[in-house]
Write a protein that binds this ligand. Structure first.
Ligand SMILES: [Zn+2]
Length: 191
């Protein structure tokens, strides 16, 4: 985060990210969207204070079935993050391999996670991240029919407005990545 701040990257809110992608807002210098998946407790305990220090917004894709389990965020923590400016979006209920499920089961996973978030936090939870980055044609159809605006894969790459909105790539960062590996991924030119 210090590197991003020192090198004048601009972490975006999810709302600004969508406005920029839709060409309704000019992009700031070096825009990035910081995303976290799954909903580990350390997102509130470790990441939130650091992001707060830099005044960086972030987006959390949460697996709703894990809420309150050991090692995972509780509802009070999620609400605290939401109040601190984090965008909280669905990442299914049980974190399944979606392509292994039939359409009804996939729909249930997606829609139940969305509904729980919308009930608990208000606002729209219509941006999705695929567990393990896995999806099939059924998944895309369900998201499209339910009016999801964007979905994130774990395919490596940068986002731009020419890409299919329900198959956006990301720069995947692992907890044990070396700093130089992370930097190389971040600075890799768009292909
Ligand atoms: Zn996940």
């Amino acid at each position: 985060m210090k590197y991003l701040a020192v090198h004048h990257f601009t972490p975006l809110t999810l709302n600004d990210f969508t406005l920029i992608l839709q060409n309704q807002k000019a992009a700031p210098p070096r825009p990035v969207l910081l995303t976290f998946d799954d909903g580990y407790a350390n997102n509130a305990e470790l990441a939130m204070p650091i992001l707060r220090q830099y005044n960086f917004p972030a987006t959390l894709f949460i697996s709703l079935g894990a809420v309150g389990q050991p090692g995972y965020l509780s509802w009070p923590q999620i609400k605290e993050m939401h109040a601190a400016g984090w965008d909280i979006q669905p990442h299914t209920v049980t974190h399944p391999h979606l392509p292994l499920l039939d359409a009804d089961k996939q729909r249930e996973e997606i829609m139940h996670s969305r509904q729980q978030l919308e009930e608990q936090l208000g606002g729209k939870a219509d941006v999705f991240a695929f567990p393990y980055g896995e999806y099939n044609e059924e998944t895309l159809k369900i998201l499209r029919e339910a009016g999801f605006r964007y979905a994130f894969t774990t395919q490596e790459g940068r986002v731009d407005s020419s890409l299919p909105p329900l198959e956006l790539p990301r720069i995947v960062v692992y907890g044990d990545d070396y700093f130089r590996t992370w930097k190389k991924k971040l600075l890799r030119p768009a292909s």
